[in-house]
Design a protein around this ligand. Sequence first.
Ligand SMILES: [Zn+2]
Length: 130
Amino acid sequence: MSDLDKDPYVAAFPETLPFWAAAANGVFMLPRCKGCAKVHWHPRAFCPFCHDTDLEWITASGRGKVYSYSIVRHPKSPYVLAYVEIEEGLLLMSNIVDCDFEAVHVDMPVQVQMRATPEGRHAPVFGPVR
Ligand SMILES: [Zn+2]
C-alpha cells in the first residue's frame, strides 16, 4: 500500500489524488467537467475541452474494447501495449493482461483492473472479459 501523501507525483499534481486514492481501492474513477459535462482522460486540473476547472469524479464502467495494440516481445517480460476505447468514449494507453497475447485482437472486449505500479500507485490495465 502506497502512502499517497508522500508520493512525489501526487505532490506535483495534487488534483490527481482522488484518482490514485480510488485506484488503490480497485476503483477506476474519471474526471468529468461540470461546465461541459464531458469526461476526460488523463486526470488534470482543468477540462481539456472547455478549460473549466469545476470538475467532479465519476466511477467508470471499467468496460471497453481494444482499439489498437502491439505485442512488445521483450525477452524477459513481454507485454501488450494497447489503446483501449472505454465505454465512456475515451482512448487510454494501457496494457492488456491475463491472456494469451496472441489472442489479443482489435475490438476484443476488455475489463479494467487496477494494478500496482513500480512507483507504488495503482493504474488501470485491461484483461479479457470473463
Ligand atoms: Zn469542459
